[in-house]
Design a protein around this ligand. Sequence first.
Ligand code: SAM
Length: 250
Amino acid sequence: AGILYLVPTPIGNIDDITERAKQVLASVDLIAAEDTRHSQTLLRHLGIERKLVSIHEHNEQQKVAWVLEQLQQGHNIALISDAGTPLISDPGFIVVRECRAKGFNVTALPGACALTVALSASGLATDRFCFEGFLPAKSGQRRKTLQSLLNEPRTMIFYESPHRIVASLEDLAAEFGNERQMVMGRELTKQFETYLTGSIAEVIAQVNADSNQQRGEIVLLVAGCPNKSDDDAPSAEVIATLNVLREELP
Ligand code: SAM
């Protein structure tokens, strides 16, 4: 049977594609792409000519049977998205899940991904983190999602659209407070790559002061909730236990 390859493509800088990714793209029987016209431009740049089929958000479920059939016939397939790593806020999950369920060989190549690029350069804790994908588009839902993350101790990573950046930053301040540390990574690997750092209030001030900061592709990172056990003050539970003990003492 054929193999399903998950192949990352650049997130901006066109040179951010590995030798192996190029070899795989040049050798597979089919390339499944989110937007075939968009990917055709990349393939042309790489000098690769392959048959392209479209698998996107809206047809992935219908395309699964076709993918399984191609693999069954021994055809190797590379799955790519418009940018970065497939399946990371991009299509591919249903295809991979079904390929696994049917016992087909699935292999992923390492490569560009906006969340790891932003995290590694952010200066925020990298030992533990959680990726939240895109925040909900509507403020009410967004505030609820953020509320549920108030005590999250890990560094949080969000993707955000430039149209919502001001509103989302305001919701971050409303839920996490002005003082929580954060980083906004914008246009990463591209000409106008920018990192805005500081408290949430400080990042908001920088974004409001320069409308260019409200353009392009954006990753938001928020420091985790400071660890309560690191505080000098004992927790409420410890105090309650001490009070019980004190009453027992002579
Ligand atoms: N699969 C991609 C990946 O591996 O990062 C993500 C695809 S998702 C549809 C697109 C979002 O990723 C953008 O809205 C932005 O939040 C983030 N993103 C992608 N490229 C970026 C870049 N060069 N700089 C900053 N953020 C980027």
